[in-house]
Design a protein around this ligand. Structure first.
Ligand SMILES: Cc1ncc(COP(=O)(O)O)c(C=O)c1O
Length: 485
């Protein structure tokens, strides 16, 4: 009989069935087979390990395509009567390779990039430049040239300084740069909450607050609009904002949309211009653990559309064409990471350390450390953001009792945690495979070679077969750049 461990966080429940898959965490096509082993599209995880090794990112291509379509359909339906639909830019920073660019294009989405390297992937994949946006708070001149060479649909300008550089570079080339201005509306959102502030203290974007520049009364955002309209080499398409990440509620998006529409209407009237586009960024949340309950895309889209519809009517303006930039919401849940278990150890933690009663003597509780063959080099999010994940025993099912466990990596950092708190069967042993779902976004993309670990490959599964879309690094790759001089 197992009860909650006092060491577990309040949100973590002992699962009724440790072998069950909590559906919102997993890509479509993931199941247990008759032998109890985890499969994706019928392929067993042990077969995937034999062919590709571990750690391994296992991504469902059909699930990626389905999520991209579902997101795009939900927003297009909601905004159809307002601005004829929505342009969905997949945020490549979440996970990018040439296969993904092709899927994005085939599903009718566009691509958001944030560096010359991401533009290089886009170019190699052959997506038309018109369907690509370039972000970044510190674009190099080379990146701006590359964006113009590729005739990008939009460069999202982040500062007054950059606006001048883009204008000059484009003018010197006899070119025109299609520009969106990234504004900071003072709305910051995360999961269920958002805060609204008048002032901005962050590196991104042009502040909408009125007293942040030396020109009396003009915000940086307005200065940028005024400057953009003066430059013949700039075609000012519109405005952009991005208010945060892992957001479940529509309220923050709605407030940001209202603020930007107020500003857009004011700028159109004051400068006698038309700003035909408004980008409301990304940040739509996904489930990482069973307590995460993101709203369906349609619900968020409808709530945002209602606000845009009524605000434009109240302002008496034609609604701009809306675009959004989801990354995590498309790729996050398509992928799980497969790890092999190595060393196990159990420590005992004092009751007082967890607020327990130790009056009667030495009361301690067990916490088991389950080490796997990867860690913070393939998923730094727990270290960077205290991000929570979930994990299951994947290579077999088990009837053993649940035991509070901490899945840790193999790096030389005590903070090298993969899953901080999870109940796993107490018979988990070296050689077992664990699967951690929800690792499609900002894991491979943020991976490193810390401790000279080779970065894992990414396998895409579709129609019952698997293929590498990014091969894993080899020791040769790791040594290649060491000049040895
Ligand atoms: C400007 C911009 N757009 C879109 C995104 C994508 O966010 P998410 O993957 O949370 O949807 C980000 C993420 O940081 C971003 O900075």
């Amino acid at each position: 009989m197992t009860t909650d461990s006092p060491l577990a966080p309040a949100w973590l429940e002992v699962p009724a069935d440790l072998n069950a898959l909590h559906e919102p965490l997993w890509a479509g096509g993931v199941a247990r087979n008759g032998d109890g082993e985890l499969t994706i599209d019928g392929l067993t995880v042990s077969e995937l390990q034999r062919q590709y090794g571990t750690p391994l990112f296992v991504l469902s291509e059909s699930d990626f395509r389905a999520r991209a379509r579902a997101f795009s359909d939900a927003f297009n339906d909601a905004f159809a009567d307002i601005c004829g639909g929505v342009d969905v830019y997949y945020a490549g920073k979440s996970f990018l390779c040439t296969s993904v660019v092709r899927w994005v294009e085939e599903e009718g989405l566009r691509l958001d990039t944030a560096s010359g390297g991401e533009l290089a992937v886009a170019a190699r994949a052959g997506i038309p430049g018109a369907d690509v946006a370039l972000h970044g708070n510190n674009k190099s001149d080379g990146e701006i040239h590359r964006a113009l060479d590729m005739q990008l649909g939009r460069i999202v300008v982040d500062s007054l300084d950059e606006l001048e550089r883009v204008a000059t570079i484009a003018a010197n080339r006899g070119d025109t740069a299609r520009v969106m201005l990234r504004l900071t509306p003072g709305v910051h959102a995360h999961t269920h909450e958002f805060i609204a502030t008048a002032h901005e203290d962050q590196k991104f974007g042009l502040s909408m607050a009125g007293d942040t520049t030396d020109q009396a009364g003009l915000s940086a955002a307005e200065e940028a609009v005024a400057a953009a309209t003066r430059h013949e080499s700039i075609e000012l398409l519109g405005l952009h904002c991005h208010i945060g990440s892992q957001i479940f509620e529509p309220d923050g998006f709605a407030l940001a949309a209202e603020k930007l529409l107020d500003f857009l209407a004011a700028m159109q009237s004051k400068y006698s211009i038309v700003l035909p586009e408004l980008d409301l960024g990304g940040g739509y949340g996904i489930a990482y653990t069973p307590v995460d309950t993101p709203r369906p895309a349609a619900e968020i889209a409808q709530a945002m559309a209602a606000v845009v519809r009524s605000k434009c009517a109240a302002l008496g303006i034609t609604a701009p064409r809306i675009s959004i930039e989801p990354g995590r919401a498309i790729v996050g849940s398509t992928t799980f990471t497969l790890y092999e278990v190595g060393t196990l150890k159990t420590v005992r933690v004092d009751a007082p350390a967890v607020g327990g009663d130790n009056a009667a003597g030495d009361v301690t509780y067990p916490r088991r450390y389950v080490s796997v063959d990867g860690g913070m080099s393939d998923n730094p999010r727990p270290v960077l953001y205290d991000a929570d994940y979930s994990a299951i025993l994947a290579s077999r099912s088990s009837d053993a009792a649940p035991q509070l466990s901490r899945v840790v990596g193999k790096h030389c950092e005590s903070g090298d945690i993969v899953v901080r708190d999870v109940y796993l069967p107490e018979d988990v042993a070296a050689g077992d495979l664990l699967a951690v779902p929800g690792t499609g976004a900002y894991c491979w993309a943020l991976s490193s070679n810390y401790n000279y670990l080779a970065r894992p490959g990414v396998v895409a599964v579709s129609d019952g077969s698997a293929r590498l879309i990014v091969r894993g690094e080899t020791e040769e790759d790791l040594l290649n750049r060491d000049m040895g001089v």
